[in-house]
Structures are given as structure tokens and as C-alpha cells.
Write a protein that binds this ligand. Sequence first.
Ligand SMILES: Cc1ncc(COP(=O)(O)O)c(C=O)c1O
Length: 382
Amino acid sequence: MRFSPILTELGVYPFSALDAAKSRAESKGVELIDFGIGDPREGAEPFIRDALVNALEDVAGYPRAAGLPELRQAIAEWLSRRFAVDIDPEREIVPTLGAKEAIFSFAQIVVDLPGGNDTVIVTEPGYPVAARGARVAGARVVQLPLQRDRGHLPDLNAVSAKTWQRTALLWLNYPNNPTGACAPPSLYAEALDLAEQHDFLVASDEAYSELFFGEPPASGLQAPVRQRLVAFNSLSKRSSMTGYRTGFVACDPTVADALRLYRPTVGTAPQEFVQRAAVTAWRDEGHVERARARYRRKRELLLDVLRGRGFQHAGGSASMFLWMAPPDREPADQVALRLLESGIVVTPGGALGPSGEGFVRFALVPTEAECARAAAILEEVA
Ligand SMILES: Cc1ncc(COP(=O)(O)O)c(C=O)c1O
């Protein structure tokens, strides 16, 4: 049978490889505490689950791509409370099935191969979905390294004018996965300036905006001129609702129109009972504060132990991730394998891009009890 050559070119999704290593360890009887994928083991709060159950009706018809007006309204009100931005719920918000599918497919609506607008710029190490989606859309992908000595911010001056001319889309992701770094408003301003000069869009993946332990991170939507800014966010991390699949895109009405043209064909309108649970979640901040407090405790516990064992914290003050440099320059792959044998699953940074070599990522998603157990193990083996 024949398949698209792009599949071979993409290779295995990084976390599928991690899953295989985990299965091998489990088959040897090792009990795992999983700091690998960013999927919280502490679930959505009961009032959110109740909202979903109460929204289930006898007939659940096809949802519409535009989403429920009350969800768009709840999102616009949240954006206004959180970032003091004025977003029109009718024209500037498109609900999505989590951020991932929208990030993956976005290149398909902006890349213009015959027109020479064929390039998507991403940062690395990073969440692999934007680049993979761009490749499936046939785009040329240019990777900008994120380095510790630049605060994990891309050097936009390193991109040639020729590349900017061909650029359809520049992806930024702050708070950043995997480094936890936040972006200053000047980064968005600089990117949007270039976007205006060279006629491209800036896509801002803000999935971790609510997991912060210092100052609340900025949003690209706060830029004074935000016509070319497309923000992606979701309840997966903010409200521990990964399995619900609910997020949104906030953007200029012309971009929202393009999304509403494209999306009904793909079938990615979120289920209405999920949308109703999402309304409840966006309207409440108490559960987000409780989640942040939990992450902060786990973060402090793990940071303390890891620093004591000679790891350096190389990342920033937000997201659910600890980006750690192992002691004595031990290769990160080797550290990850060694920890796996003792039941601690981490992601070697190289799996997230070449500039991730030399670091390991801890996703602080196990429960507090599991983190306490992991801390005791790390005291022995890290
Ligand atoms: C940087 C980043 N963006 C987006 C997502 C997608 O989140 P979701 O599809 O669950 O909303 C993730 C998930 O891990 C992520 O790490």
C-alpha cells in the first residue's frame, strides 16, 4: 500500500517514542512516575464536570464551527479581565477542539505555495505541532533556536530579508514549552512590525498563559496594533481539561472569517456540551488559583531536590515545566534513561529540537503525592 511520503518524512511523534521506552520499563516491573507529557493527573474540578453532565441533552446535534455565542462571550470577557483587551466575541473569536488541532491546521489557511508565500517560521526546542502541521501543508519550515543566554527568545534579526519575503507565518509560544520562559511585550511588537513590513501573520500559542509563578505573562493580543496577531489558548492547562478538548483562536475578523470558511469541512467544531462546560470554566478564576498553588508547591519541591543534586534550572518562571541542565554535562538522553530505570519519566530536551540538547524537561503533572515520592527517589538516584 502507498502512503503520503510526508508521513515518513515526519517520523514518529516525539511522545510516541517516549511511550515505547515507558512500556519497556513497565514490562520490567518498574513503577513509573510520569513527568513526560504535559497531561495533568489532577483532574478538572467537580463544578466543571457537573457543568458538562448537566449540558448533555437527548439529542446532541452537529455543532457549528462558529461556536456557541455564550462561549464566545465568556472567552471575550475573560480576555478583557485577564489582559484588558477588547475582543469582539462575534467577529474575533473561534472556539476550537483544544489548541492542538487549530495550531496544526493553521498553516493550511495561510500558506500560498504558488504565490511564493511558502515559509513558516517556528522556534525550537518547542511543541512540535506547528512545524509538523506546516510541513503537511507543504510549507518550508525554518527553525529559530531558543537559547538560554538570550532568555529563550528568538533572534528575529538573524532571519534574512529574503526569508521574511517568503514568510506566511511566524509562530511564537510564550510562556514557552519547554523552557517556561515568558516574552516581553517588545517581542510581540518587533514581530508584528516585521509582519507588517513583509505581509505575514504572527501566531501566538498562549496555552500556558495561566500557569505562572512570577508576574502574569503578557498576551500578544495586548500589542497596540494587533491586526496580524493570532492568539491560540485553551482550557487544557488552565483548568486541567486536556481530555475535554476545548480552546479558542482570537484574531482579526478577516482571519476569523478564513477559519470559519475552512473549519466546517474538517469537522473540528467542539461538542456543545463541552462548550457549555467551557463557559463555566472561563468564568471562574478560583480553580485556576488553586491549580497554580498546587503547581507552585510541586515546582518548589522538585527544584529544591534537583538543585541539591547539582541540576541547574535553565528555564523561566511560568508553564508546568522545569527545564533543567544536568550536572557534569551528562548527556540528557543518558540522564533520561537512567531516571527511567528508577521509575522517573522525563523528556530529554533533544526530542524537542536540536537546541534542546543538554537539557531535560520535567512536566509537573503527577499528583502532589507522586511528586513527593519522586523527590525521595531523586534524592537517591539523580
Ligand atoms: C505549547 C503548547 N501549545 C498547545 C498545546 C495544545 O494544547 P491543547 O490542544 O490540549 O489545548 C500544548 C499541549 O501540550 C502545548 O504544549
